[in-house]
Design a protein around this ligand. Structure first.
Ligand code: MF3
Ligand code: CO
Ligand code: CO
Length: 298
């Protein structure tokens, strides 16, 4: 698959089977994903600053998401004891550029690298370094790319070599937490339902859910409205409607939910030193549920 820009004579990425120039290129702003009417589109923009995505937007984010997932799969094949997190950064950076995309983290609000690599007690925003991976580590790799102006954001946590039962358990709880959250994504559910489902799953198992970092709208920019907390109450918050694109990315700790950010201004670690794990996907709300734009098996 190539990730180059959409040409006028290419098949339209919206799935119509028509040429792009006869389809979404003509009406990229007029065509919405869905049957959401103009008043509601306007209301979400005005009230929540949420830009509902057009079919063309969604096709672009989907194409970017395919690259993001391919990148994560490359990282999975590459990870082993003995490599450094800088080696992972090099792989992600080069693969992104080779495919005509830009690594979104690089220079984002001063972030110095092209990917986040978060080891063990690091919750998120770990900075690649000369740290060597050792057997028993768990590591989250968070990839965001910009392809043809569209952003997609996803992450996975990997086991390095032979890991403890505790390490395996938190990775599996984090994976299932994302699945629980995504299970709530459908029209007329609310943002609060997503967080509630995650909290209601992870906390009874003795894990905590981080509150200081949350999911977010994405697509035209790296971080857009709405906020998607991974905790909350059923039926509260913004109502989900087709065309909304956002991440769900619960961070789950083995100990307490509290964190501190290191002096580098980025690395967030658990305050109690306990393990933390995370999975993230970018999704679009559809007529009857959601479609992952960064699909991988959970
Ligand atoms: N990808 C992260 C997220 O899921 C954000 C990383 S910001 C960076 O929102 F600057 F650290 F890259
Ligand atoms: Co994100
Ligand atoms: Co991310």
């Amino acid at each position: 698959m190539n990730y180059s820009g959409i040409g006028r004579n290419d098949v339209c990425p919206c799935g119509s089977g028509l040429k792009y120039k006869k389809c979404c290129m003509l009406n990229s702003e007029a065509v919405n994903t869905n049957k959401v009417d103009a008043k509601l589109i306007e209301l979400y923009q005005r009230k929540y600053r949420i830009k509902l995505k057009t079919k063309t937007d969604i096709a672009g984010i989907r194409m970017c998401g395919k690259l993001v997932v391919d990148t994560l799969n490359k990282v999975r094949d590459f990870i082993r004891p003995g490599i450094t997190t800088n080696d992972i950064n090099t792989l992600v950076h080069n693969y992104t550029i080779e495919n005509g995309a830009i690594p979104a983290p690089l220079n984002y609000r001063g972030f110095p690298k092209s990917v986040c690599t978060s080891l063990n007690e690091v919750i998120c925003h770990g900075i690649p370094s000369d740290r060597i991976l050792i057997s028993g580590d768990i590591i989250n790799i968070d990839v965001t790319s910009i392809l043809n102006g569209y952003y997609a954001d996803a992450n996975m946590t990997f086991l390095v070599g032979e890991c403890s039962e505790n390490a395996k358990k938190i990775v599996s709880v984090a994976r299932q937490s994302l699945k629980e959250g995504l299970g709530m994504v459908k029209p007329f559910n609310t943002v609060g339902d997503i967080g509630w489902a995650i909290q209601n799953y992870a906390e009874p198992l003795g894990f905590s859910v981080v509150r200081d970092f949350i999911g977010h709208g994405v697509g035209i920019n790296f971080h857009e409205p709405p906020d998607i907390p991974h905790f909350g109450k059923k039926g509260t918050g913004i109502t989900l409607i087709p065309g909304m694109v956002f991440t769900v990315e619960p961070m789950v700790n083995a100990g307490q939910r509290y964190l501190k950010v290191l002096a580098d201004g980025w690395t967030a670690i658990t305050l109690d030193g306990s393990l933390s794990a995370q999975f993230e996907q970018t999704v679009v709300v559809t007529e009857d549920g959601y479609e992952s734009l960064t699909p991988y098996e959970l």
